[in-house]
Design a binder for this molecule. Structure first.
Ligand code: CTP
Ligand code: CA
Length: 228
């Protein structure tokens, strides 16, 4: 038997997923980054591919295995990630799981900053990075019908995430407590709240694989209602 359309609810659909951290250069040998492993984003891409989607995974620098059956675009900075996401449009679903650096060094040094050239530590002047989720969620032309953001919080998780749902223009926000003792950043498990226009669902702790399957299955069902 070949699989039926029930088993592949995303066949014919295009999905973009961002994953991992970004690296923002200070000079040719140093950068600003964060603790994101890319596990949750890569699992989302893999899950969408298993449901039959044509998946573009835009990944920051990660050390985990590449998921099977997806198109991978590797980037390092937030600006590169935004360009890659725009290039991957159009899409039916866009999921922004990357931990994008909020700031970059305004003017990275073209040569290595030497310790010996001054007696004080160098000061870094930062510039704000583009907000990739917000940019895509607020597109007037070519906005994916389902835009899903994440919220990485350490306190008042749902309250902060509710604000993000509004301010970003996303359809859904998946909120996770990155200070939880289960070790969300870098770990294998996650406990998330799904925020939609219908309200908040708090899911029990489960593996990142299971979180991904549930989100992507929900996304497929939602997309079907939009197309009906
Ligand atoms: N995001 C993005 N581009 C950025 C910053 C964030 O696309 N420059 C996306 C993330 O991928 C995530 C969502 O926005 O889907 C929320 O990221 P988060 O860091 O939790 O929120 P911020 O809006 O950056 O606010 P803060 O870090 O101050 O909590
Ligand atoms: Ca941020």
């Amino acid at each position: 038997f070949s699989s039926t359309s029930d088993a592949k609810p995303l066949s014919g659909c295009r999905v973009i997923v961002t994953s991992g951290p970004t690296h923002e250069p200070i000079d040719p040998v140093r950068y600003i980054a964060n603790r994101s492993s890319g596990k949750q984003g890569h699992e989302l891409a893999a899950a969408a591919a298993r449901l039959g989607a044509d998946v573009t995974l835009v990944s920051g620098p990660v050390s985990i295995a590449e998921p099977a059956g997806v198109r991978i675009v590797r980037v390092s900075t937030a600006e590169e990630m935004l360009a890659a996401v725009k290039h991957a449009l159009p899409a039916d679903i866009a999921i922004f799981a990357a931990a994008v650096a909020d700031w970059r060094v305004a003017t990275p040094n073209t040569s290595k900053i030497k310790k010996s050239t001054s007696d004080a530590p160098p000061a870094l002047t930062l510039a704000e990075n583009p907000d990739i989720l917000k940019t895509i969620a607020q597109l007037r032309k070519g906005r994916p019908p389902l835009v899903v953001g994440f919220a990485a919080e350490t306190n008042d998780v749902v309250a902060h995430a509710k604000k993000k749902l509004k301010s970003k223009g996303a359809d859904w926000i998946v909120a996770n407590d990155v200070s939880s003792p289960i070790g969300v950043m870098g770990g294998e498990r996650n406990a998330v709240h799904l925020l939609t226009s219908a309200g908040v669902e708090s899911w029990p702790e489960m593996s990142k694989t299971e979180v991904a399957i549930r989100i992507v299955t929900r996304a497929a069902a939602h997309l079907a209602t939009l197309k009906r």
